[in-house]
Ligand binder design. Sequence first.
Ligand SMILES: [Zn+2]
Length: 560
Amino acid sequence: MGSCRSTKNGSPVSEHRHVSGGHTHSQQSHAFDLPPLPASVEIFDTTLRDGSQQEGISLTVEDKVRVAEQLDHLGVTYIEGGWPGANPKDSEFFARAHRELKLATSTLVAFGSTRRAGVTAEHDEGLRTLVAANTPVVCLVAKAWDRHVEDALRTSLDEAVAMVADSVDFLVRNDKRVFVDAEHFFDGYRHHPEFALAVLRAAEEAGAQTLVLCDTNGGTLPSQLGSVVTEVVSKFSTGIGIHCHNDAGVAVANSLAAVGAGATQVQGCINGYGERAGNTDLTVAIANLSLKMHVRTVPEDRLERLTAVSHHIAELVNVTPNPQQPYVGPSVFAHKGGLHASAVARRRDLYEHVDPSLVGNAMRVVVSEMAGRSTLAMKSEELGLELDPAILGTILEDLKQLEYEGYHFEVADGSLELLLRRATGWTPSFFQVESFRVITDHHEDLRHGEVATEATVKVVIGDERRVETAEGNGPINALDAALRQAIGPAFPALDAVRLQDYRVRVLDTGRGTGAVTRVLIDSANPERSWTTIGVSENVIEASWQALYDSIIYALVHPAS
Ligand SMILES: [Zn+2]
């Protein structure tokens, strides 16, 4: 059924729907047909609850509000905001969310636990806090593995089932829609299926709207998980959800298998955040469900926001994006190498599993010494430069020579662009550098390890000569400060430019002439980021080259 649906929008990848594993496709073959699938699934994001358990992630209330806005912008069905009452931050988030978070598409969900053993639901403080969180939906976690009931709750299995029934009933009576996360469901189902099913049954009978099967330890494989979901779906009329952790590296695959088996809610986190190996990466799951399985997830016109939202949230949670993250990573549609790239130029659908623009990503040409003329031509086209085909050969020779000397242009897009611009006859005319000097002093009376660095830069802007001196905590910092002092007043666009990272690597070129130093500088303004490079036997000279390129690039592309 699934794969025979008519194609949308005539994208170059539509024919791939009958293809798997690189085999030749055939419109007649049904060997790779998908199982019957639901027309749509609910996307339940738990970045703000489960995702923020990731080591190193610590979100302020303000961060959480900003992440929720991004999730709404993408259009997920549900946003789990946290566990009100569990910590002051989550409590404050729900209070603020109620006042100022205006969600256009998504519905906010509060997370909590079933009532404690031996207490009525009415007298359980946790449940009362959940009601007070003022969200239309509550997601309740319930233990579905008998051993956890005995070891962690230290109560009877009957009481554990009653806790689920009472808690769901209480919340439903308080006008909540209730989802139940059956924690450790797959392990529980393996060890004591009657109990695991009794938990789901109690939730269903008390009025839960979705029964969410959780692979909490993340150790289940897709084939096992798919058959368990099939069995559960056949036993219940309530909607079934899936919540997977990535400990075996198959959280996304498990989530897709669950949808193939009839699940209609997929829980996970943007970028796969979460403790240990993380949760289902919703960015990847959404793309696969929408583009490959043709199951509706976020509103169709929002899918192209996927890459931007993924990167924006990465910035908010302060985690460097993974360049190889499927669909949204900066490297996943990058092509390198002469022959390959020239073939890509002719027939992109032969080298890309989907059209990157469908998820808001873009094909990118990576230029290195392996590049051929066509790679270079594509790169200049990407940059909007008109390069005379006659000089492509010369540029290529220069590029190869520079790479031999230690430059590495595939990681320095900023410097590469300037190199290509210069090849068109362009020279930057913003300012002329007369000279620079760096002095580093070591003073015995300074704290151990502290060294004072001072830089002087002499530049000419128009007819004005400027000599500026600045101090810094190192040569690059001092040079940057002096250069900005000298030219900043003439170029206010530099105010918005930040140097984000500075990397130095000593390269043994193997030519017997000693080592050279390669410096890479990452810079950004509010609209873009770029990397520039310098190579020299002298680390300060290499740093200066990279810094100079960074500043020139910033002046070529000022933020508006
Ligand atoms: Zn979880």
